[in-house]
Write a protein that binds this ligand. Structure first.
Ligand code: GUN
Length: 293
């Protein structure tokens, strides 16, 4: 079926644009720098940070990964962030979530210089997004979903969009992005979550459904209007005795049954995932451009 949104191809377009901007920076003697911090040994975070660093190197972005033990005191992490804030060779700082307890995510993300906050997690950047101020950094995953929709020519102006999930990394910023004025947003956004009484009735009205709630194969065919656009942000590991590893990854969308009803749908993997990295590296290059203008 020809209704797949090819996230790898669209991410590739963005990487091409980013590579050109890296070349422009290098021609001015600026090497864009991105510093990764990973705390503890969460297996998914190991994979994600590895992929992000590999791609940044491919694009000519100078990068380093700093791995800290899960037992790292908060003061030590804050001291490292302060040192990176003051070091002009690092234009972007990324601290991979989730952080192991008792580290306080809110305190730690507030400590990153907002000009280096390429994740868009600092309260100043969260506020700028809410205010529609284009000077802030937009979180990479919802920013990536927005680019996927724009570059797939999905009509957003006036569209009914349902966002499933209200997390700070995807759901809330996704809703903010699509709520803005402008041709590439201007949506009527409904955010559904654990407290929503009848999620199916909201989904059935939607022109676009963005699933980011972290429940394996939550979105089933009867919840989807024929002709809707479906974006699957979920990455869930579920047991699978037939697999060599004993488990496999599935999204938040029951893909096989939803695909025939969708006008467009993201595959998973190969949909949203590559876009997160593309937006991270675009944000990093923008941080370097702004720091050296
Ligand atoms: N964990 C899941 N998504 C993200 C992200 O976009 N950035 C960071 N830092 N951690 C994450």
């Amino acid at each position: 079926m020809q209704n797949l949104i090819d996230g790898r191809a669209i991410a590739g377009q963005i990487h091409g644009e980013t590579a050109q901007r890296v070349a422009d920076l290098l021609s001015r003697g600026v090497v864009p720098g991105l510093y990764f911090i990973r705390v503890g040994e969460d297996p998914a975070s190991q994979v994600y940070v590895g992929m992000k660093e590999k791609k940044s190197r491919e694009l000519g972005i100078h990068s380093r990964t700093h791995v800290l033990p899960a037992s790292t005191p908060q003061a030590e992490l804050l001291a490292l962030i302060a040192q990176l804030n003051a070091d002009p060779q690092w234009h972007g700082i990324l601290i991979q979530a989730p952080l192991p307890p008792p580290l306080d995510q809110a305190v730690i993300y507030s400590a990153v210089d907002p000009r280096k906050d390429v994740d868009g997690f600092h309260p100043l950047n969260v506020g700028r997004l809410m205010l529609g101020d284009p000077d802030g950094f937009v979180p990479c995953t919802p920013g990536g979903v927005h680019e996927l929709l724009i570059r797939s020519d999905v009509r957003l102006d006036g569209a009914e969009v349902v966002v499933l999930g209200r997390g700070n990394i995807v759901g809330k910023p996704m809703a903010s992005i699509l709520l803005q004025k402008g041709r590439h947003a201007n949506c009527t956004v409904t955010v559904c979550h654990r407290g929503t009484r009848d999620i199916a009735s909201h989904c059935q009205r939607a022109d676009v459904i963005i699933a980011a709630l972290g429940v394996p194969e939550f979105l089933k065919a009867p919840m989807v209007r024929t002709g809707a656009v479906v974006i699957d942000v979920g990455v869930n590991r579920i047991p699978d005795p037939t697999s060599r590893t004993g488990s496999r990854l599935v999204g938040d969308v029951a893909f096989a049954e939803v695909q025939p009803k969708a006008a467009l749908i993201t595959p998973n993997p190969g949909g949203v995932g590559p876009m997160t990295i593309a937006l991270l590296l675009a944000n990093t290059v923008r941080a370097a451009e702004m720091a050296t203008r």
